[in-house]
Design a protein around this ligand. Structure first.
Ligand code: GUN
Length: 287
């Protein structure tokens, strides 16, 4: 039987721990989410982030800005958030409108409040394999947690990642390398992609193209593990992943569903980063 890697049992089992952790803090952790423009998917994701944070007793405020919001205005907003001791975490929802192309907002958020884990100090901690008070990117953290929960060991495994984004593919490739996996990072210019997917023990797809990976990309010996990071909106508010779930599920060992797989793991990681950031800041105040 193919194992379906649902996130629900993991999220359910972590909820209690997060609520308890928040109770031991002086103040409930506070998150600011900046949403610029009218991207319908972004609106849904941001709403889910807020709902989850509130379900564990954290505070989340969404700051909605119009499409014509400018980089210098964002800079000033982030500067005020950095200075505000009552705010523990901050993120800017992606994608951003075109006037932000090349604008490095990631470096303008204090690394201590960078719950997305995009600041160069946090990214560099992965590069150096440092442990400690760093905040790591949410989707890679969520994928690793999901694999660990289902006892899928990555050490010595061949892992093919498809997608080289700053949010998923690049940091995840380093994080899995730190866990002793042999990682191949594929992307839109990779030739003969099926050679790389067929050669892997674990395939992680972060492309964002519905049903991009069909049965021809995988072995049929029920040995492979498939992790689908893709979230594409279909009609009637439905979402789907990169992998043709029904077409491939019987030929692999395990597969994440969409919805109900990686997406909720990303939000769980965000909440964990927020609680961690609140702890770091509280301890800094005591010191
Ligand atoms: N857009 C899609 N995924 C993410 C994410 O993890 N963080 C932010 N800020 N925006 C996103």
């Amino acid at each position: 039987m193919t194992q379906i890697l649902y996130s629900k049992p993991i999220v359910d089992s972590e909820l209690g721990e997060l609520k308890d952790a928040i109770k031991t803090l002086k103040n409930a952790p506070k998150l600011k989410v900046i949403l610029i423009g009218n991207n319908p998917s972004s609106k849904i994701y941001v709403k889910r982030k807020k709902e989850f944070c509130e379900s564990i007793g954290a505070i989340c405020e969404i700051i909605q800005k119009n499409d014509d919001f400018q980089p210098l205005e964002l800079e000033s907003l982030l500067c005020n958030i950095n200075k505000d001791d009552e705010i523990n975490g901050c993120l800017v929802q992606l994608p951003l409108p075109p006037q932000f192309d090349g604008f490095n907002f990631q470096e303008l958020i204090s690394p201590l409040k960078d719950v997305d884990g995009f600041h160069k100090d946090n990214i560099f901690s992965i590069y150096k394999k440092s442990s400690g008070d760093f905040l790591l990117p949410c989707t890679p953290l969520g994928i690793i947690k999901l694999l660990q929960h289902y006892n899928i060991n990555v050490s010595g495994k061949n892992i093919t990642i498809i997608g080289r984004s700053l949010i998923v593919g690049k940091p995840l490739s380093m994080m899995l390398t730190n866990l002793d996996a042999t990682v191949t990072l594929c992307h839109s210019r990779t030739r003969d992609l099926a050679n790389f997917t067929k050669a892997a023990d674990i395939i992680i797809s972060a492309v964002g193209s519905p049903n991009f990976l069909t049965c021809d990309y995988f072995k049929d010996d029920k040995s492979q593990v498939l992790i689908d990071v893709g979230i594409s909106s279909l009609k009637q508010n439905k979402i789907t992943g990169d992998i043709d779930f029904n077409g491939v599920k019987n030929q692999v060992a395990s597969i994440t569903p969409v919805p109900g797989g990686v997406g909720p793991m990303t939000i769980l990681s965000l909440a964990k980063n927020l609680v961690k950031s609140a702890y770091i800041q509280e301890n800094l105040k005591k010191a």
